[in-house]
Ligand binder design. Structure first.
Ligand code: MOS
Length: 720
């Protein structure tokens, strides 16, 4: 199905099931422990062995010697594969450093051997017996030292006359902001079971966001045919971008399986996840804003630096600055500095979260310089067109309503107006606001539907990474076919199913439901043809045309009817800016003597098109907000700038926000639809929730204390 804007009223404008709150249909399986995660697949691939990775303890250099004799002779060991045993594996485009093979070490904790044994304990203790000698090289590990020496890359865009705007401005700002490197810290670490025991067909049970990409990456890595690979990832215990790509767990399990002739399961031990897998790169961002005396922004100049292994792209935080606010002149540049820290890649709202963490503090600072309310300042500088290309409108943008509704519901009028002036005993109270803007892309997405005796089975390789895909897909199919939610079974995360968008970039929910809808329309056509009906309606388990009605259970005489389709999104999207928006309001208390920071109240008002399921969408919102509190107050990978690894590589020292850090949180979705997005007029919400949150917390801290912190995370030592 080719999708072009659907401005007409459609089925989903009169929806019975889509848009209504429904608990997750997979919820019971999950809370009763019956949803099988990759490492727990005892039901597949008999006689599994266990793999354990050995990882490099230098950040850069060569391995000159490895001796695995003792490991191979250790109890229970079935196979050992060292990186010197095989040629460097081909790299899929998405992997910046090779995942295995050869003598080069490109980053700390790069995998250099896998030991396969009967038990985890045997594999782990044997891995410790492998002798490794290195020739170490000096690497570059300190972003803060590197960025000032670096010549910035050419601007990504440069419109208007930025220099003149600054010269003529009534008010200007020029500050430097820093965001920390962050780890996805998903509950379930990277884990795979691979059966490649005969070196022919490869079957993979894994935890991955993108079935089709990963299958392709595996084919390239091992130079085998895609068709020889089958992948399953029906349940994923969190991804946040860390499981978008093929990682070492799958590669090592495959090598171990081939070498041992048995299926092998392998999970990255938590302390190896941080430096072996990917992380969000830290950034240093210089931001300048110019405005006239009335508070109208005339120019932005945003120049950012992040780090990457050679060949990668780093964390680009300047894109939101290009289109969030009005202003005739703007220049943005991002320079990815090639360094030797572990591999940086996507993490929830990659770029957007880091960029808005800086931009939305800068907006607060500008409002203060102008003597304006920060909500009013943002409203004044709203834009309904792409400021870099005014011929390109936003398809549907209600940022101003987000700010207005948020201010009203939060009680913004009654806030502390003078920084450092509101106290409750020993606690200083502050209020902050920040905006959020995240694009709403869509990707072609396919699905297959099977009608069996009035029940519908949906099959797509879409994943559910904790987001609610199972549920919104069931809702979509039930709506389209006139069935109940209970009549629909959803099967996800399997390479035998049609290729979907997968879960990433906030495109999953909107794209995958559109693909399922397309497949349902195909099935409807087939049913209509069989019954000789013209444009029938599908309601209450029946097909209806005029006075004729047939129960769906009876349309196929006991046969199964199967239909498959893929939604393709038209080029018209290039002529529009399609985005999601939010306003975040936060109240904090800061202890006047210890600097302890407590978030007390959070409110997000979001504009993200039709909300497919308010329950699962709210969970995305509060999940993102919680992660935003982590970014603001605690999350930060600390590089050892001498030895080139992240020191806090476990969940005891890499702190994430937990329940006790999060008091009252509310998420309001505006009742909007975006006809340019999908037939369901829906947009994604998975990454919007984290955008802007850190700055709202930062602005509240400033309001509480009068101390302006521009470096994340804002630990209490920065306040005293
Ligand atoms: Mo997302 S960072 O594309 O999973």
């Amino acid at each position: 199905m080719d999708f072009n804007q659907s401005t007409d009223d459609n089925l989903f404008d009169r929806a019975r099931i889509v848009g209504k709150p429904h608990a997750r249909i997979d919820g019971a399986l999950k809370v009763t422990g019956q949803a099988p995660y990759a490492y727990e697949r005892h039901d597949v691939a008999a006689h599994q062995l266990v793999g354990y990775p050995l990882c490099a303890t230098i950040a850069k250099g060569r391995i000159t010697h490895m001796d695995a004799t003792a490991a191979r002779a250790a109890p229970g060991v079935a196979a050992v594969v060292t990186t010197l045993d095989i040629e460097p594996l081909a790299q899929a485009k998405s992997n910046v450093a090779r995942l295995f093979g050869g003598d080069t070490v490109a980053h700390y904790h790069q995998a250099i051997a896998v030991v396969v044994a009967d038990t985890l304990e045997q594999a782990r203790s044997a891995a410790a017996l492998i002798e490794v000698r290195y020739q170490e090289e000096q690497g570059v590990f300190d972003l803060d030292a590197a960025w000032e020496q670096q010549t910035p890359d050419e601007p990504l865009s440069d419109v208007g006359d930025v220099d003149a705007a600054f010269k003529n401005a009534a008010v200007t700002l020029d500050e430097v902001y820093r965001t920390a490197s962050q780890s996805h810290a998903m509950m379930e670490p990277h884990a795979s079971i691979v059966d490649w025991s005969d070196g022919g067909k490869m079957t993979v049970w894994t935890s991955n966001q993108m079935i089709a990409w990963t299958r392709k990456a595996l084919a390239k890595t091992f130079a085998i045919d895609s068709d020889a690979i089958r992948l399953e990832s029906p349940y994923v215990g969190g991804g946040f971008g860390g499981k978008l790509w093929l990682r070492a767990d799958t590669v090592l399990a495959a090598l171990g399986s081939r070498a041992s002739g048995r299926p092998v399961k392998l999970a990255l031990p938590r302390p190896l996840v941080f430096n072996n897998a990917t992380h969000r790169s830290g950034t240093v961002q210089r931001l300048r804003i110019a405005a006239d005396a009335e508070g109208r922004i005339t120019a932005f100049d945003h120049s950012a630096f992040s780090h990457t292994l050679p060949g990668g792209s780093g964390e680009n935080p300047v894109n939101q600055t290009r289109a969030f606010y009005a202003g005739a002149s703007r220049r943005v540049a991002h320079t990815a500095i090639e360094m030797d820290l572990p591999e940086s890649a996507d993490m929830r709202a990659p770029g957007e979260a880091s960029g808005l963490a800086a931009l939305e503090i800068a907006m607060d600072e500008m409002a203060e310089k102008l003597g304006m309310d920060p909500v009013e300042f943002r409203i004044l500088n709203d834009t309904q067109v792409d400021p870099e290309d005014p011929t390109k409108p936003f398809s549907d943008r209600h940022y101003v309503e987000c700010l207005q509704k948020g201010a009203a519901d939060f009680g913004w009028e009654a806030r502390n107006r003078t920084p450092g002036s509101q106290r409750e005993g020993q606690w200083l109270i502050g209020h902050g606001v920040a905006g959020a803007y995240r694009g709403a892309p869509t990707m072609d997405s396919g699905a297959r539907v099977r009608l069996q005796a009035g029940r519908l089975v949906v099959e797509t390789d879409m994943t559910d990474i904790g987001t609610g895909s199972y549920t919104i897909i069931a809702q979509t199919a039930a709506e389209a076919m006139g069935l109940t939610l209970e009549d629909v079974e959803v099967r996800l995360g399997n390479s035998d199913y049609p290729v979907s968008s997968g879960s990433g970039g906030q495109f999953g929910a909107a794209s995958a439901t559109a693909g399922v809808y397309a497949a349902c329309l195909k099935l409807q056509e087939e049913i209509a043809q069989r019954l000789g009906m013209k444009s029938p309606r599908f309601e209450q388990g029946r097909v209806i045309a005029g006075t004729t009605e047939v129960a769906l259970a009876e349309v196929a005489d006991g046969e199964e009817l199967v239909a498959e389709d893929t939604i393709h999104f038209g080029d018209f999207k290039d002529t529009l800016q399609i985005g999601t928006f939010a306003a975040h309001f936060v109240e904090v208390a800061v202890h006047a003597h210890t600097g302890e920071i407590r978030v007390r109240r959070m409110l997000a008002v979001c504009d993200a098109g039709r909300i497919l399921n308010p329950v699962t969408a709210r969970s995305q919102g509060i999940g993102g907000m919680t992660m935003g509190v982590g970014s603001a107050l605690m999350e930060g990978l600390t590089p050892d700038v001498e030895r080139g690894f992240f020191v806090n590589h476990d969940l005891a020292s890499y702190e994430v926000a937990v329940h006790a850090d999060i008091p009252e949180q509310e998420v309001i979705f505006l009742d909007t639809t975006d006809a340019a997005s999908t037939p369901l007029k829906a947009k994604g919400v998975g990454e919007l929730g984290i955008c802007g949150v850190a700055a709202a917390v930062a602005n509240a801290i400033y309001n509480a204390t009068g101390i302006r912190v521009r470096d994340y995370p804002m630990t209490l030592d920065r306040l005293i």
